[in-house]
Design a protein around this ligand. Structure first.
Ligand code: NAD
Length: 474
């Protein structure tokens, strides 16, 4: 039974959709609401609305666009209690983390409003004036995954709207509701058609990336899907920004304070049930501290509460959806089949919902699937290393290159190691911190382009250079 009707926002109006699909609570596996399953005709209407709204939005002074981004942020902030409860229900994350996702989205919109759009004068001689300006691209398709539905949408909306683009936003099929609700709350804030929110089953993403009325695709999701997005976008040479998967290494040097770092290292891997593109997915620990650090991490892990994100005190929720649940169980089974040693976890309780216990593996071989693949779940291999060159080689030996962290009391050496790592973001003695004012993107198959910072805004712009010949002076 649906508890409420959720509607798409197309041209500023509510569209209930002629078809719907069920949305589950991952803590129970039960469908608790229906979401509109956008049809091809409804998508055409959303894209047409975005195209029609583009000229006026582009011509709107940037000061006004900044102001409206802040109004959007304010509306989201005012509704944090409702939105975060809904987010926990559809996504599974503990309530404080849901508040962080929603509040973080509002913060991102506010901070994005502060970016400047640059203008470069490259020549101003007696002969000629040359200026490069950056204008909007047009209609942006913003495609978001299920792990951080609100903040990852804001990564796109803030800079895209600031630069003068209009948007068709699509959340993941398993977490559409909070995004639809935000669309409803924002109606009337922006001119009709500037922000359209559509939800749908698996058919919708490919329709959107292939749509002739879309000029740019800003996509966050898996590497596998990212490749399909790029292929589809190639037909009309749509611009693409791809924020994709990762297999982030953490390198823990022998000079850390074992007791102090154990908790931070645990959360680097397990926050959001390990479902973070920049979660630590391989933890390399120097052999001199391997045993005591292993013991400290496992001891801390045994104190952490896994459960329904809506229950007070829950620190780790369920896996978000059944497909991901099956994938994580498959990787655990592979580790069992190969006789790898489990320090904690490994056996999913037979309860409703998609719960996987905190699972930590003791030094499996480098070629193990759990080391080579992106697990995106609460399963972490601890790996022993001997020397720096060896661990840098192992850290870089991946098709991914999203993030990496180094843990050491020797900051200078850690900064030097950072320069040797093939990763778009490197943290020293912390993890997962991102800023709206810093570029975030992946090396290798972790993506193309960046989000955040001035570079992130330019991903939503196209450059135009105007050369003006000056009249010859007598
Ligand atoms: P996914 O690739 O399955 O789906 C992401 C989005 O793409 C969803 O909205 C989905 O409906 C849509 N989609 C699916 N097939 C499509 C197609 N053929 N064309 C267009 N759109 C399509 O990813 P997921 O399972 O939702 O998310 C987990 C993945 O996302 C992980 O690999 C994770 O590392 C990655 N991720 C990356 C970042 C980053 O910033 N680099 C951030 C979060 C998550």
């Amino acid at each position: 039974m649906a508890d409420q009707t959720y509607t798409m926002t197309i041209n500023g109006k509510a569209v209930a959709g002629s078809e719907t699909f069920g949305v589950e609570n991952p803590a129970t596996g039960a469908v608790f609401a229906q979401a509109p399953d956008c049809t091809a005709a409804e998508l055409d209407a959303a894209v047409a609305a975005a195209r029609a709204a583009f000229p006026a939005w582009k011509a709107t002074p940037i000061a006004k666009r900044r102001e409206l981004l802040n109004v959007m942020a304010g509306v989201i902030m005012q509704n944090i209690p409702e939105l975060s409860r809904l987010l926990t229900r559809e996504q599974g994350k503990p309530h404080p983390d849901a508040e962080g996702d929603v509040g973080g989205g509002a913060f991102w919109l506010m901070e994005s409003s502060k970016h400047e759009i640059p203008e470069h004068v490259s020549e101003d001689s007696a002969e000629r004036h040359a200026v490069t300006r950056y204008g909007p691209i047009g209609v942006v398709a913003a495609i978001v995954p299920w792990n951080f539905p609100v903040i990852l949408a804001a990564f796109k909306l803030g800079p895209a709207l600031l630069a003068g683009n209009t948007v068709v936003l699509k959340p993941a099929p398993t977490t559409p509701l909070t995004t639809l609700r935000i669309g409803e709350l924002l109606r009337g804030v922006l001119p009709d058609g500037v922000l359209n929110v559509v939800s749908g089953s698996d058919r919708l993403g490919p329709w959107l990336t292939a749509h002739k009325g879309v000029d740019k695709v800003s996509f966050t999701g898996s590497t596998q899907t990212g490749k399909k997005v790029m292929e589809s976008a190639a037909h009309s040479l749509k611009r693409v920004t791809l924020e994709l998967g990762g297999n982030d290494p953490a390198i823990v040097m022998p000079d850390v304070d074992v007791k102090k770092v154990a908790e931070d290292l645990f959360w680097a891997a397990f926050r959001n049930t390990g479902q973070i593109c920049i979660a630590t997915k391989r933890m390399y620990i120097h052999k001199d501290i391997y045993e005591p650090l292993k013991a400290a991490i496992v001891e801390y892990a045994s104190t952490v509460k896994v459960g329904d994100g809506a229950e007070q005190g829950t620190q780790i929720g369920p896996i978000q959806n059944s497909a991901q649940y099956k994938r994580v169980l498959e990787l655990i089974q592979d580790a069992k089949d190969n006789g790898y040693k489990f320090l904690i976890g490994g056996d999913a309780a037979k309860v409703p919902g998609y719960f996987v216990p905190i699972t930590i593996l003791d030094n499996p071989p480098e070629h193990a699937r759990i080391v080579q693949e992106e697990q995106f779940g609460p399963v972490l291999p601890l790996l022993k290393f001997d020397n720096l060159d060896e661990v840098v080689g192992r850290a870089n030996d991946s098709e991914y290159g999203l993030g990496a962290s180094i843990w050491s009391s020797d900051i200078e050496r850690a900064q030097d190691i950072a320069t040797r790592l093939q990763a778009g973001t490197v943290w020293i003695n912390e993890s997962q911190h991102l800023s709206p004012h810093a570029a975030f993107g992946g090396f290798k198959q972790s993506g193309i382009g960046v989000e955040g910072g001035a570079d992130g805004v330019l991903e939503f712009c196209q450059a135009q250079t105007v050369f003006t010949r000056k009249p010859a002076t007598a």
